[in-house]
Ligand binder design. Structure first.
Ligand code: PEP
Ligand code: MG
Length: 420
């Protein structure tokens, strides 16, 4: 669309439509107009790609890695997309269409019935895209924001980077909307499949193993410092209860360098201190957590990347979409290693796709995670599943997760034990 001459009319859809494409970038998906797009389906891609994570945060049902056949579905055909089962039904009519509409309405009605009450074994926080999602997040009973991915608002910019003031306004808005509860700002996580054309970064052979997240921020103080300054200004001027979280951290020395920069900015601005933490998503960080706990205020396990890097399974390769298993026994054992090493010293939360999956959330709780950051549309379902879990079911789930793991087995165990 960016390359179409202005005089060309945009294709008009009658009402919300299902977008079918080969693949979307995270910036494409963040720019989707929810009034126009009811769902999307891509022939390529992976279920934990950032394009899908963005859709997931916005509550857009998605099917990926559907194969090239979907690209020849004629435009305008009536289709139904079921994100739960990963199916796209094309050419629906008559009683099949009625059944699909009835199923959708029933699904929506069920979601509305899940009240934000009950006691969960872990703290529930939200993963939000912006201040506009805070009301819904609070209604779903989440205490504060566990993940605000600061790069998402600025992805896709071709001409100009976000300046300090834009960051400042964004952080103030979100902190004001949340009120008393803390907001965890994740500093820029550019790289991998998240591109910012305005940066003009060189192409990398293996971008997910490249200059991503904090690695980029440490190399580019011109990006990092305005963001740090904006956060400390919001804390000083507005009393915003912010926490700063660094992504893609590999070694302790990276954290201490970033923390040093943050403290210098804090002193220069006369701002209050902010809790500083890291995302545990690189296996090297996970296995060295005992070293990190001596320095950080909190940890958050990034389940998408931790699973990707531990199992050497790309998040974006459609040929591996069915192989990606965030509940692989290597992942569950690593989560347990992290929570055990941090127990009694720093809190460990989890974010990413697994935290927003009712089964995954229960498994993470069983492994000693103390808080979860969940995409707002999924908070009711996750809360409902967690409320059903007692100490004895959690112990059974934990034992199985550490012994054999695996999505298939754990999914059937958790759903039957908790009657999901
Ligand atoms: C993760 O890796 O689990 C995570 C939350 O970060 P992202 O998906 O943005 O890489
Ligand atoms: Mg990550």
């Amino acid at each position: 669309m960016r390359h179409l001459p202005a005089r060309d009319p945009r294709p008009q859809a009658e009402g919300p439509c299902i977008l079918i494409a080969r693949d979307l970038t995270p910036a494409d998906s963040a720019a989707l107009d929810l009034a126009e797009i009811a769902a999307f389906c891509t022939s390529a891609g992976g279920a934990t790609s950032h394009a899908v994570q963005v859709a997931y945060s916005l509550g857009i049902p998605t099917v990926v890695a559907a194969g090239d056949g979907v690209l020849s579905i004629p435009e305008g055909q009536m289709c139904a997309l079921d994100g739960d089962t990963g199916t796209l039904h094309a050419g629906l009519e008559g009683s099949d269409l009625d059944a699909a509409i009835a199923y959708r309405d029933q699904d929506r009605a069920q979601a509305c019935h899940l009240a934000a009450v009950g006691t969960t074994p872990v703290i529930l926080t939200g993963t939000v895209m912006g201040a506009s999602q805070v009301t819904e997040m609070r209604a779903a009973g989440a205490e504060g924001i566990g993940l605000f991915a600061t790069e998402l608002a600025f992805l896709g910019r071709e001409q100009r980077l976000a300046d300090e003031d834009e960051h400042y306004q964004a952080y103030r808005a979100i902190a004001r909307a949340v009120g008393e509860a803390p907001v965890t700002l994740r500093t820029l996580d550019i790289g991998g499949d998240k591109e910012m054309p305005a940066l003009g970064l060189p192409e990398e052979d293996n971008p997910f193993l490249g200059v991503r997240g904090l690695r980029l921020s440490l190399r580019r103080p011109d990006l990092f410092l305005p963001q740090l300054r904006a956060a400390y200004r919001a804390a000083r001027d507005d009393g915003a209860r912010l926490r700063l979280m660094f992504p893609m951290v590999t070694g302790v020395e990276e954290f201490t360098r970033a923390a040093q920069m943050a403290r210098e900015v804090q002193a220069e601005l006369g701002a209050p201190p902010l809790p500083l933490g890291v995302m545990v998503e690189v296996p090297a960080c996970a296995l060295a957590v005992d070293q990190f706990v001596q320095h950080v205020d909190f940890l958050s396990i990034g389940t998408n990347d931790l699973a990707q890097y531990l199992t050497a399974t790309s998040r974006t390769n459609s040929a591996l979409a069915r192989d990606f298993d965030p509940l692989h026994v290597a992942v569950t054992r690593t989560v347990q290693t992290i929570t055990a090493a941090a127990a009694g010293s720093v809190p460990v939360s989890a974010c990413g796709g697994l935290a927003g999956d009712p089964v995954g959330a229960v498994v993470l709780a069983s492994l000693g995670v103390t808080a979860l950051a969940v995409a707002v549309p999924y908070l009711p379902e996750v809360r409902d599943a967690l409320c059903r879990a007692d100490a004895s079911s959690l112990a059974t789930i934990r034992d199985q997760a550490l012994e054999t793991g695996g999505s298939r087995l754990l999914r059937s165990l958790v759903t039957s034990l908790l009657d999901l």
